[in-house]
Design a protein around this ligand. Structure first.
Ligand code: ZN
Ligand code: ZN
Length: 264
């Protein structure tokens, strides 16, 4: 089956200290790859109010430069590439409101959820760690589903970040809640191309087979940490093979959710 791929919303920049390339180079690569929409979603500038400094994200005082440069690129590429200003942001309950206040004060088109840590990073553990007895899958699922229910995340990046430790049945039983809440909240799930490129534990085939059975909306995200990653058509083809094999409900473009909490 042939597929069209026009929109990537998962793009990093060198500001996060583990990606390379100028911000503009990603837009140039996106045009070369034939994309019509490029969303920047570098690791969010979480304002931790306890002195903790994260090694893999831009600092809060770097957020303005990031937003300014992307806003300038929106103008420069107008008519060629629709550029969106976003962030990949964990849901860290203790700091989430401060994060939204910061990014919205600078303008923000969307956020995607990448729950790299369970709890608040400074008091949590890496979601992708191998854990005996799947110890953190349940808290991970709880946190991801709570985040989806906030209605501010446009999609979930690499939902299958925790490894299944060979306990596939138990893993799927716990992870199925993510599928249920994805449907309930109309939040797409992402097949992550960085995981494909790096032969990581995700995308997890058993998980995606289950996603296909549930019928959750599915997107493909490059999770580009270098401009040339956007040109990797082989990895994209592998993602589309999963779409076909597991009869995934692939959506070529998504509806962005406003990253603003409902004040009820
Ligand atoms: Zn990253
Ligand atoms: Zn990412």
């Amino acid at each position: 089956m042939s597929h069209i791929y026009t929109s990537n919303y998962h793009t990093h920049t060198a500001l996060c200290h583990h990606a390379s390339g100028e911000i503009r180079d990603y837009a140039v690569a996106a045009v070369e790859a034939g994309l019509t929409t490029l969303g920047y979603s570098c690791h969010a500038p979480y304002p931790f109010n306890n002195g903790y400094v994260s090694w893999f994200r831009m600092l809060p005082n770097e957020a303005k430069a990031y937003a300014d440069e992307i806003n300038a690129l929106k103008e420069e590429f107008r008519g060629k590439l629709d550029i969106k200003l976003g962030y990949e942001a964990e849901y860290y309950p203790l700091h989430f409101k401060d994060l939204l206040d910061l990014v919205n004060s600078l303008g923000c088109d969307y956020i995607i959820l990448g729950q790299h840590f369970v709890n608040n990073e400074h008091d949590g553990s890496y979601s992708g760690d191998a854990m005996d007895g799947l110890a953190h899958v349940e808290p991970y699922v709880r946190q991801v589903t709570e985040a989806m229910r906030l209605g501010v995340y446009s999609y979930v990046a690499h939902p299958d970040l925790p490894p299944d430790m060979g306990m596939t049945d138990l893993y799927l039983e716990k992870m199925s809640e993510i599928c249920r809440v994805s449907l309930e909240t109309d939040t797409p799930l992402e097949i992550n191309i960085l995981g494909i490129q790096g032969n990581r534990q995700y995308p997890n085939d058993a998980f995606w087979k289950m996603v296909g059975e549930f019928g959750c909306k599915t997107v493909i995200g490059y999770d580009a940490h270098s401009p040339k990653a956007l040109l990797d058509k082989d990895a994209l083809a592998r993602a589309f093979r999963m779409v076909d094999e597991y009869k995934l409900n692939y959506v070529e473009d998504i509806t962005l959710k406003r990253p603003v909490l409902d004040v009820k």
